[in-house]
Every structure is written in structure tokens, then in C-alpha cells.
Ligand binder design. Sequence first.
Ligand SMILES: Nc1ncnc2c1ncn2[C@@H]1O[C@H](COP(=O)(O)OP(=O)(O)O)[C@@H](O)[C@H]1O
Ligand SMILES: [Mg+2]
Length: 314
Amino acid sequence: MHRLSAIVARGLRRTYGGTTALDGIDLDVRPGTVRGLLGPNGAGKTTAVRILTTLLRPTGGRAEVAGFDVVTHPRQVRRSIGLVGQHAAVDEQLTGRQNLELFGRLSRLGAKAARARAAELLERVGLDHAGPVSAYSGGMRRRLDLAAGLILAPSVLFLDEPTTGLDPRSRADLWRAVRELAAGGTTVLLTTQYLEEADQLADRITVVDAGRVVAEGTPGELKARLGGERLVVVVRDAERLAQAAAIVGRATSAAPEVDQDTRRVSAGVGTEGVRVLTAALTALSEAGIEAEDVTLRRPTLDEVFLDLTGGDAR
Ligand SMILES: Nc1ncnc2c1ncn2[C@@H]1O[C@H](COP(=O)(O)OP(=O)(O)O)[C@@H](O)[C@H]1O
Ligand SMILES: [Mg+2]
């Protein structure tokens, strides 16, 4: 196993009766980094988190968290981690501060230490609301969940779909809190179905589908895998669309895609983006075809994801 990793998994498997939830997952997460475990519903994300947090035994393979084997040393693992699930058990009648103090006491902190820790965490996640949790917004609740997962200052924090169902503003607040944690040295493993979330937060992304890792890399590397940039031209006059497509096709040496409704012609340009764009614009201009919009863009993570998981990227 890799000594420099906060989380290591080798051939991790889990079956439920006849269902294979995890089909041999490998992971190496370096300390102090944020790893996104990205995959559609049913991909095996929660199963992986439950195994890594010792709540579930693997049926094959092995894993270490914070240097401890999750099967043979579960207590040491639990002392090193925090877990924020999709639904945390907070008392609705109590304030956030009271809930955190309670969590602290349940984690065997003394009364004074629990009070101090609660105050520190409330500030950390930007929650100074004095009212009962029943009056919290979804975003405030999720930040309280996050604070609860941090009570014991874990070196590795697991977040299972932390922003599912949150509005964009609350999501951004939570992202900020996670970034601050990572900047403070905490290793974070976060599962998500949201490509943008992985793109925004993760140093590296592991894409899982049907219990397997289908890709791994930085967001930039994953995008680059789809092979270079695309030139997109929106033609002002729909009548000239076919002619424009022919010109773009010659400039890019690729079969362009044409969308009648949006008057859009697009084609892959490999690594020659700027040269091809210049050539295409010159040729369009010489033919008297007016472009309403011209862009050169990398594939989005959505396109990468769809490509990797077998969907149609376009
Ligand atoms: N307790 C269980 N019993 C039977 N099948 C399960 C159980 N938990 C999960 N599964 C199945 O395992 C697969 C992975 O589930 P899960 O890990 O929850 O995926 P995700 O969190 O990525 O949505 C799914 O097919 C799911 O139906
Ligand atoms: Mg899940």
C-alpha cells in the first residue's frame, strides 16, 4: 500500500446478494487533497464511502484510511475520520450550537471542550444563527452537518453527496467551507453526481460507473481526454448554412456537425485551434458569409462524462 496516501483501495468489491455494487475499485488519495468520486445514481459511491468509513465490510479487496486497514483496524480508522452523510441526525428543537455541543459530548469531549469546539466550528462554517434547527434553510442544515462531521478534527473527511437538493447559493457556501477545510490540510473525499461540483472542488476526479472506475485524473486531464478543442460557428443567415459547413469542413479537415435550428456549425480542431479558426474565418469572410458568433472551446466535463459512461456526448 502507498505510504503517502490518506486513502488507499485495492480491488475493492462489494456484492449484495446477486448485485455487484463495487466491482474492484482502486483509489489513491494524497493527504490534503480533495478527491471527487463522480458517478450516476447506483454507481456504487455510497457503498464505497460506507466501506471506507468502516460501516460496511467489503466482500473483496482491501482499503486503508489514514494508514489503517478498514477491516482489521476499524476503531483507529473511525478516530481519524469524519463522515457527512446525506441525512445527519440533528435535534430539530435545539440550536445549531446546542447540537454541536451534544455531538461533542457524545464524542467524549468534556463540557468545556465541547463548548469551545462548537463555537469554533460554527464560525468555521459561517453559522451564527441562534434559532432552532427547525428554522434553518437547507443550506444552513448542510453546513451544520458539515460542522458535525468535523467535531473530532478528522484528518480525512467523507462527504456523500453534500449538496444534493441545495439551491445554488447554499451550494456555493458549502463549496467554500470545503475549500477552506482542504486548505487547512484535511483530506476530503466527496461523492457527487454533479460534474460542475467535481470540476469546482476536486483536485482529482475518479469517475465511477456500475461499480468500476472508468476514468481518473484532474478535471483538466479528463477534459483533454476527449481530444482537443471544437470550433463552433453560428451563421447569421440560415440560407448560407450548408456553404458555411463546407468551408468549416475544409478548414478543420473534419466532418462538421450542422444544427439547422441554431444555425450552428461545429467541428473538432485537434490542437490546431487558433490556426484553424483563423483559416475558417478568412474563408467565410471571402465567401461573404457573416458569422454571428465564433467560439473555440474545450469539451465540457458533461461531454467527457457522457462519453466515458457510454452516453452520447453530443
Ligand atoms: N443494502 C443494499 N442491498 C442491495 N443492493 C444495494 C444495497 N445498497 C446498494 N445497493 C445496490 O448497489 C448499487 C450501488 O449503490 P450505491 O452505492 O448506493 O450507489 P450510489 O451511491 O452511487 O448511488 C446499486 O445498484 C444499488 O441498488
Ligand atoms: Mg449514494
